[in-house]
Design a protein. Structure first.
Length: 264
């Protein structure tokens, strides 16, 4: 257990250093929104550091590390492309900047970048301790189920992001509600995919029953996606800015994909 704690502390130091560097970059660019780009890659770094700290754990550790890095790097690339296409700072951070005034430059270090580092460490618990767990003689049914959940979540998130990007690229859709493809089944296919990925990683870690407590990770992720920085925050803005969004809400599941309700 002492080795596991040492690796956890190492990850904490690495992620805090990464977020400090990203914060410094945000000051140079005057754009705190770049923190989102490093959200996914931050988890990839955690997986890589944990793996490198003790690479002798075998197939399960490789499975968890590989899936985490695949998810994190895909998300980072997507958010980088989206950030490059935006002329202004994300409205969430712009609102913080306007509210806090000149003090935002240093307050953002802990209310944005430091907070994200702490959340990364909590959410990644099944990744860190799943990689560090003793190597099994062979992969189990839970490993397979968890891997399939991760891949399904990754596919759901990737397809949803691609559909939304294509929708926004068409000038004819400006001001309209995206209600096609996966977005007809859930108002947030990307957030649902995220949650499914992290519950899948937990299921793999839970192949070691003593790691039941690492469910804290996906629970925190799901809570934020639904109640804080994801669904709830986004929908408050869309209800005000998108005509017809209330009708979309009435016929479309808020999170878990379900067949759309028929219009009366």
């Amino acid at each position: 257990m002492s080795d596991e704690i040492a690796t956890f502390v190492l990850n904490a130091g690495v992620i805090l250093a990464l977020m400090l560097a990203v914060w410094a970059l945000s000051l140079a660019l005057r754009d705190a929104g770049i923190v989102d780009i490093f959200w996914g890659p931050g988890f990839a770094v955690i997986a890589l550091v944990t793996w490198a700290a003790d690479p002798g754990h075998g197939a399960r550790a490789a499975l968890i590390a590989g899936l985490t890095m695949l998810w994190g790097l895909r998300l980072g690339l997507y958010l980088f492309i989206r950030w490059r296409g935006e002329p202004h700072e994300d409205r969430r951070y712009a609102a913080m900047r306007a509210k806090r005034g000149p003090a935002f430059w240093w307050q953002s270090l802990y209310i944005v970048f430091g907070l994200q580092a702490v959340i990364m460490l909590l959410v990644s618990l099944p990744v860190q301790f799943g990689i560090m767990a003793p190597a099994p003689a062979h992969l189990t049914a839970l490993d397979l189920v968890g891997a399939l959940m991760v891949l399904a979540g990754l596919a759901f998130e990737s397809i949803g992001d691609a559909q939304l990007m294509a929708f926004k690229a068409d000038p004819a859709n400006k001001g309209k509600v995206m209600d096609r493809g996966l977005w007809a089944w859930t108002r947030h296919p990307n957030y649902f995919g995220d949650a499914l990925v992290w519950w899948g990683l937990f299921v793999i870690a839970f192949s070691v029953p003593t790691l039941w407590w690492t469910a804290i990770g996906p629970a925190v992720m799901t809570w934020f996606l639904i109640n804080i920085s994801g669904k709830a925050l986004l929908e408050r803005g869309l209800r005000k800015s998108r005509p017809g969004y209330d009708e979309y809400v009435a016929r479309t599941s808020g999170f878990i994909p379900l067949p759309p309700k028929r219009k009366r």
